[in-house]
Design a protein around this ligand. Structure first.
Ligand SMILES: [Zn+2]
Length: 41
């Protein structure tokens, strides 16, 4: 219950390496994520 559902822990930010990736919609058939640390998508 304490987990943030918005974050996916199976995806890592290629820029800062954080695994706090939030869903940021999807393009075509690929899911896009936005980094919760550096804000990159
Ligand atoms: Zn990042």
């Amino acid at each position: 219950m304490a987990r943030a559902r918005a974050y996916r822990h199976d995806v890592r930010c290629p820029d800062c390496g954080s695994n706090r990736m939030a869903k940021a919609g999807h393009s075509k058939d690929r899911q896009r994520f936005k980094c919760g640390d550096c804000g990159r998508s």
